[in-house]
Design a protein around this ligand. Structure first.
Ligand code: URA
Length: 346
C-alpha cells in the first residue's frame, strides 16, 4: 500500500517522523535509486526499494522502553559537547532508539524510548494531548491563587498554556521550598519551568512521574525496562482517544478536576467549631482522587482525613503544619499507586 515516505521511514524505525522529514529534505532518501526531496512523495514499501544514504530500510523489531532519566543527561542521540546522553544508559540494546519527546538536561524522570516512529509521533503530537505529570520543587510556597493561574492557563511568550492540574504535594518546614504536582497536556519547550517562573516561583527540581497512564513508580535512576505489550497498546489507545475527543482533553481530563479541587480546598476556611460535621464523603473523595487515564478515579480510599479539617487549619498561604488537602492524596493513595511502576487500572 502506498504511503507517505516519512511515515514509511518512521514506521521502519529509521527515526521519528519529524527527523525522517529532515532526512528527506536533506536529500538522504532514495526510492528505487532516485533521491526524493519532496515531503508529499508516496511509495509502497512492498514494491519500492527505499534506502537512506544508500542503505535499505529494514523491518527492525519494534522496541519500547521506559527509562528513569537522571538529571544531567541529554535527551538526544548525540551531544557535541560530550555530555552524557540517554543511550549511554541502554546497555545491551543494539537497536537505534530515540526518545519520545524531551526532558531538559536538568529534569529527571520518566522518558520513553522507541524505534517506532509512529508510536513516538502519536504520543508527542500536540493534537493528542497526552497527560504528563511532574513533581516540581519550587522556591517558596505559591499561593492557591497563583496556582489557579496555572490551572486556568497562563500567558507565556509562545502563547497561552492549556489548563493544567496542580496540587500541593509537600512543603518544607521553613516554607522555603514546596513541591507541587502539575499535569500538563502539551509538550512545549521548558514548559513547566516557564509556567512556574511566570508566577515567580522558579523550579529548583523537576521530575516527570507519569506519561499517560504509565507511571515511573520506584524505578531507580538510570535504569530502564521494556514496556509490556499491554502498556504499549494502552498508551496508543489513550493518545488516539484523546485525539478524537472533541474537547481534546476530555478523554483523560475529567477525573483530574478533583485534583484541581484539592487546591481549591486549600483556600482558607473558617475554623470549624468542635461540633461541626466532618466534610461530606464526596468532598473528601474529590480531594484524594488520583488521576487514572482510563478515566476512572484510581482510588478514593485515602479519605480518612477530612480535607476540610486540614484546610480549615491552614491560613491563606499553606504552612507546613497545616497540610494541604491535596497532600493526603498525594502522599497517601496517590504515591502508593505511583509506587507501582506498572500502569494503573489493570
Ligand atoms: N517542562 C520543563 O520545563 N522541562 C521538562 O524537562 C519537561 C517539561
Amino acid at each position: 500500500m502506498e504511503e507517505r515516505l516519512q511515515k514509511i521511514l518512521a514506521g521502519a524505525g529509521v527515526a521519528s517522523r519529524r527527523k525522517c522529514e529532515e532526512l528527506i529534505l536533506g536529500g538522504k532518501v532514495q526510492v528505487n535509486g532516485e533521491t526524493v526531496t519532496a515531503l508529499g512523495t508516496k511509495a509502497d514499501p512492498d514494491v519500492d526499494e527505499i534506502t537512506v544514504d544508500g542503505k535499505a530500510i529494514g523491518t527492525e523489531k519494534k522496541m519500547y522502553l521506559v527509562f528513569n532519566k537522571p538529571k544531567g543527561v541529554i535527551t538526544s542521540a548525540s551531544d557535541p559537547q560530550g555530555r552524557k546522553i540517554v543511550t549511554d544508559y541502554l546497555k545491551g540494546i543494539t537497536e537505534r532508539l530515540y526518545p519520545v519527546g524531551r526532558l531538559d538536561y536538568d529534569t529527571e524522570g520518566l522518558l520513553l524510548l522507541t524505534n517506532d516512529g509512529e508510536f513516538a509521533h502519536l504520543l508527542t503530537h500536540p493534537k493528542h494531548h497526552v497527560a504528563k505529570t511532574y513533581l516540581a520543587t519550587v522556591k517558596g510556597v505559591p499561593h492557591g491563587s497563583e496556582l489557579d493561574k496555572l490551572k486556568n492557563g497562563i500567558m507565556l511568550e509562545d502563547g497561552m498554556t492549556a489548563p493544567a492540574e496542580v496540587e500541593y504535594h509537600d512543603i518544607d518546614s521553613e516554607q522555603r521550598h514546596s513541591t507541587i504536582s502539575i499535569t500538563i497536556y502539551e509538550g512545549r519547550n521548558r514548559q513547566v519551568r516557564r509556567m512556574f517562573e511566570a508566577i515567580n516561583h522558579p523550579v529548583t527540581k523537576l521530575k516527570r512521574i507519569s506519561f499517560g497512564d504509565l507511571f515511573l513508580g520506584n524505578m531507580k535512576r538510570g535504569l530502564f525496562r521494556h514496556l509490556t505489550k499491554d502498556e504499549v497498546e494502552s498508551l496508543v489507545k489513550l493518545a488516539k482517544q484523546a485525539g478524537k475527543s472533541s474537547a481534546g482533553r476530555s478523554a483523560i481530563k475529567s477525573p483530574d478536576d478533583s485534583r484541581i479541587k484539592a487546591v481549591e480546598e486549600f483556600k482558607p476556611k473558617p475554623k470549624p467549631r468542635p461540633n461541626t460535621k466532618p466534610a461530606t464523603k464526596s468532598a473528601n473523595a474529590q480531594t484524594t482522587t488520583a488521576r487514572s487515564a482510563s478515566g476512572k478515579p484510581a482510588s478514593t480510599k485515602a479519605t480518612a482525613k477530612p480535607a476540610s479539617k486540614q484546610a480549615a487549619r491552614s491560613s491563606s498561604r499553606p504552612t507546613s503544619k497545616a497540610k494541604p488537602a491535596g497532600r493526603a492524596g498525594a502522599n497517601g493513595s496517590r504515591n502508593r499507586k505511583a509506587g507501582d511502576s506498572r500502569r494503573r487500572g489493570k
